[in-house]
Design a protein around this ligand. Sequence first.
Ligand code: FES
Length: 108
Amino acid sequence: MSYYERHVFFCLNQRNNGEASCGDHDAQGAFDHCKSRVKQLGLAGKGGVRVNKAGCLDRCAGGPVAVVYPEAVWYSWVDQSDVDEIVESHLRDGKVVERLVLPESVGR
Ligand code: FES
């Protein structure tokens, strides 16, 4: 059994050279919101959920992006209610939010 049941990595990379980056889409706000919802719901910690910052995950064209392990499901979202849905459906209940899954073809 793994230490965390689910581990989420949010790209927080910000580019200032005109190229697309997750930081252009309030990635930090989504990360902060996710972290606080996971805590509020009592999901954080050993045997539960860990939410971590990441640098560029090289799928910038789909930004903002995050990836959830062990399922290796990639998400993109529009607002905090989407993040709530990821937290409650996937992180808590183990059900992938299909409508927010990043298409396989999206790269940098
Ligand atoms: S800047 Fe977020 S995946 Fe590259």
